[in-house]
Design a binder for this molecule. Sequence first.
Ligand code: ABL
Length: 538
Amino acid sequence: TPYDYIIIGGGPGGLVSADRLSAAGKKVLLVERGGPSTGETGGTDVPPWANGTSLTRFDIPGEFQAMFSGNTYWFCKDVNSFAGCLVGGGSSINGGLYWYPTDADYSAANGWPTSWTNNFNTYTALLKSRLPSTDNPSPDGIRYLEQTYPVMQSILNPMGYQAGTINNNPNFKDHVYGYSAYNFQEGKRWGPVATYFRTAKTRPNFSYAYWTYATSIARNGSLITGVQTNNTALGPNGFIPLTPKGRVILSAGSFGSPRILFQSGIGPLDQIQLVAANPTAAPFLPPQSQWLTTLPVGYNVQDNPSINLMFTHPSIDAYDNWAPILDDPRPADAAQYLKSQTGVFAGSSPKVNFWQALGGPDGKTRYMQGTVRPGFDSVTTAYPYNASQVFSITVYLSTGVTSRGRIGISSSQLGASILTNPWFTDPNDKATLVNGLQQIINSAKNVPQLTLITPDNTTTLQDYVDNYPPTSLNSNHWVGANSIGKVVDSNLLVNGTSNLFIVDASVIPSLATGNPQGLVMAVAEQGIANILALAGGP
Ligand code: ABL
């Protein structure tokens, strides 16, 4: 059957799109390459301690730190960075940090057209009413595992920081700290799945298919005619057609969307040539005369460079470094969560966030974000230390970052990958982050019983940063591969096509001030409103 709108990808962009387009009465199909996540989506991956309930590891916020070990089937296997291949996308497997967008996130200086800069507040308001944030995720109103908060107060207050409820004043991001804000509700992972997807599914004009991998978009010159998938239940040979005025919404994410564009003959010539050399993919390319090779698909990408500092303090409960949470959690915490979805498991590992504006050697302002959590990934230290008292501060550089890299397909296997690392290609970014890290370290020296264990006193901060493994700088916050104004126009229409739109993080032209998921959903709200208002559609 033909559809008015085919949405490729069930992440935050695709789910917001699915809800808004189906609410407008359009005939909508969403295809997701992965499968279910939370219980309400059909997921059944319930930790042993929750056996007999429908509380999957995706529902339980406190299972977040267990996403990085074991059989991590939810990560896309053909992407060499963390990407969520299941319904909800990254929002089903992340820490749930959720920040309302700031003015800077939509500024002209950061690449946004004036129609977005001037109107974004309307769409942030829509997002907030569908999905409010909380910085106190346990429904009993009690904060759990918050020992890092007073320690951070003793570091940040002397630096001139103020405490606040961060999302009450999104634009106040200089010298501010507060409890981490999440997209959780009722003690469970919430996000776009428990909101937008939930309502879309109630409409008869909306359908969706899991385990459906879109390989390319069928195109006759500028006109898109349908989507090529591997799901033969949806059409002959997996081809899904559009209605005569139909449109495709590409929401496959910062790696998936470029990959699909390349396989559709859209993007730099070197990438399309890799597709042309692949015997399976080549037949689905349009003739070479129709390739759109001037669009910089995959260029201009950004991700926050981030560096971890590890400390010990006797007040900290490192929560057994989160190791037992899947198979052998602390019995009282597990029992409490099963009984009332309250307690430690109602929140994820990040507990405190802070921001500060920093001047760079080039005169440009860049923002530093800190995320504080009990526990650590790894410590390298000459000191003896008590592992049950370790906490980590992940220090990111955000708005104002100037470094950019490139995403592409690595080989004729067509996996999406990082071709050029986007971190610290501009030395001013590194110098600014080192300055911010040094300020934190200097203040921490004055806090009684607080010890910086990584880097230790045998390593200078500069050496620590200089020798940091590049892949560890990755924050999984990729934006920019299909930047608005470069690959898509101000209606998110792919330049050179008449009915192909992109609604995901890849259209965002510069890094957000905070973890980007709130911005991605707000952008989807505004993008779909524009698309529905645009003449010529179904
Ligand atoms: C984010 O926005 C980042 O994408 C994640 O990297 C980060 O989680 C979460 N938020 C929470 O702050 C970290 C984990 O805490 C680490 O244990 C893990 O090694 C790391 O992600 C992997 O990037």
